[in-house]
Design a protein. Structure first.
Length: 548
């Protein structure tokens, strides 16, 4: 029994890790393109649903799409109706991914591994390396499913296991709840559904119980994004909550139909596994087709239930600086690192909120950004005093260097916060109060540039947490790439001025200054990578080593 459980757990663990590997590769290589694709689809609900579907298929996660959409909604870049349409498409895309991954690959596995490993180990280009990661992840998904098929084969020969699983066939509500909890625990409805369908294909899980568990996984998958956005802006929570109500409510309605024998699974195909997978796909397709025409009404209902708060706050949390840790320099440096991460997260929220002001001016949001800037300056001062307190104790060279590194990074972060709170809000106010707006191409350029900056800010936060040299190398390389991109965009703006585009003339100073500020914010965050590369020997004379 112990060996059996280890085999099942090992196969499930590999499946979860492989799905995460694919998602990580897509996020690192194509996150900016995905963000831009989703945002550009915000003018058409059908196109929004299609973009959500494609994004979920690439990321193998409707939750990842939900987080991107909630980010756009937080800064006012898309309406609630469009956001709901995107999540409906993402849910369908997630179901399609599961269907595709269940195909038996044959010679595909060794081919994926061969190409994937070659790209990952031999390529110096970031996107090619991440493409290799994606291919390796896909191969491992197929390997894990084969392991699962082998591991579950003995279940059908065990009277005890058959009796336990047979109980789920007579208690669909319990099976439904188990499916929801499992999807929530593993944070992946795709992985959960692949597991359930593989088990039913092996005869290790009764078909009706598997259908109930698959429906539960739909509820659990929607719950993931709901919990992750509990502290987000109300505009984001409306979209995610509406999707939870639609997907969870639909799953419960389908469960009731199964309990009442109102649904004949034979129309979904022949074979238990085909029927279970068909139910999952049909459910999400029907939900998308039925709800898409009413997303406007759904958005209005969610706004009525979740009203705008009277007080706008970006939220900071509690300080990580523990005075008791000063006696232990390594522990104190750990506290300082967590405080730096907290500062970075606050600035990220400030940046998103400030870009939202370019769309719609809001005095409450502007006031909240200024308050956060004041609080962040105090955080910087507290951190400097904390690091100075370490000097009262005998420090080795490593601790001294760590304190200097933390102090310099705090100064960079404060500079970024000042750019956002003082300059960006002033430019947004001017844009609103003068009643002018960017040209269509100018606005798209700034939005696309902002997408890249935000992706780099998130990468910098990851580097600050993990100190991973590969991520640090990518972050520093992006600094030069951003500088080149900013110069190119400035040149394109000057071309529009020469062509006499009226909107470009009216907003010229705001457009150019916004690009410059975003570049400076990116530079401030990119500094997190330099100490790590210097330590690993990847930095030569302030440049990335050619071996990197």
């Amino acid at each position: 029994m112990t060996a059996f459980l280890i085999q099942i757990a090992g196969a499930a663990a590999l499946l979860l890790w492989a799905v995460r590997l694919v998602r990580t590769g897509v996020e690192r290589a194509f996150a900016t393109q995905l963000r831009q694709g989703l945002r550009r689809a915000s003018d058409n609900r059908l196109l929004a649903a299609i973009s959500g579907l494609v994004s979920a298929m690439l990321l193998q996660s409707s939750t990842a799409v939900a987080m991107l959409v909630s980010n756009f909604a937080s800064k006012g870049a898309l309406s609630a109706a469009v956001g709901v349409a995107m999540l409906l498409g993402a849910d369908l895309g997630s179901a399609l991914v599961a269907q595709i991954l269940l195909a038996r690959p044959g010679i595909l596995v060794p081919a994926l591994l061969l190409v994937g490993v070659a790209l990952f180990l031999r390529s110096n280009q970031r996107k090619l390396r991440q493409t290799g990661r994606i291919l390796i992840g896909l191969a491992l998904i197929f390997v894990s499913l084969d392991m699962l098929r082998t591991a579950t084969a003995p279940i059908i020969q065990s009277d005890g296991a058959v009796a336990v699983l047979g109980y789920l066939d007579s208690d669909l509500l319990t099976a439904f709840l188990l499916g929801a909890v499992f999807a929530w625990v593993v944070h992946s409805s795709v992985a959960a559904i692949l597991l359930f369908v593989t088990m039913v294909a092996q005869g290790a899980l009764p078909p009706m119980a598997a259908m109930a568990m698959v429906l539960g996984a739909n509820l659990g998958g929607a719950m993931i994004a709901f919990v992750l956005t509990l502290a987000a802006d109300v505009r984001a929570r409306r979209i995610v909550s509406a999707n939870l109500a639609l997907r969870g409510g639909g799953a419960l309605a389908m469960l009731l139909a199964l309990n009442l024998d109102a649904l004949d699974p034979t129309w979904l195909g022949q074979g238990a596994a085909v029927q279970v997978m068909g139910l999952h796909l049909a459910f999400n397709l029907a939900l998308c087709l039925l709800a898409l025409p009413f997303v406007g009404l759904i958005a209005r209902m969610s706004k009525g239930v979740m009203r705008d708060p009277n007080v706008q706050s970006l939220g900071r949390g509690m300080s990580a600086l523990d005075p008791a840790a000063l006696e232990d320099p390594p522990r104190a440096l750990g506290c300082a690192a967590r405080e730096l991460l907290r500062m970075g997260e606050v600035i990220e929220k400030m940046l998103v909120a400030a870009m939202g002001l370019y769309e719609v001016w809001d005095d409450r949001v502007a006031s909240a950004i200024r308050d956060e800037d004041k609080a962040l300056r105090q955080m910087h001062l507290d951190l400097k005093l904390y690091l100075a307190g370490m000097n009262r104790h005998k420090l080795d060279d490593s601790a001294v260097n760590g304190a200097i590194e933390a102090s310099l990074m705090a100064a960079n972060l404060e500079a970024a916060a000042d750019q956002v709170a003082r300059k960006m809000t002033d430019l947004a106010r001017k844009l609103s109060h003068e009643g002018i707006s960017f040209s269509k191409s100018g606005k798209q350029e700034i939005d696309d540039f902002m997408d890249r900056i935000q992706a780099n800010v998130q990468l910098a936060l990851t580097v600050m947490m993990t100190r991973n040299p590969d991520d640090a190398r990518e972050l520093v390389a992006e600094k030069e790439s951003i500088r080149t991109a900013e110069q190119r965009l400035q040149s394109k703006h000057l071309t529009r001025l020469r062509e006499g585009v009226s909107e470009s003339i009216e907003t010229s100073a705001i457009h150019q200054e916004t690009l410059r500020i975003l570049k400076q914010v990116n530079t401030s965050f990119a500094m997190a990578g330099y100490p790590i590369l210097d330590e690993s020997g990847d930095l030569l004379s302030s440049r990335l080593s050619s071996q990197g």
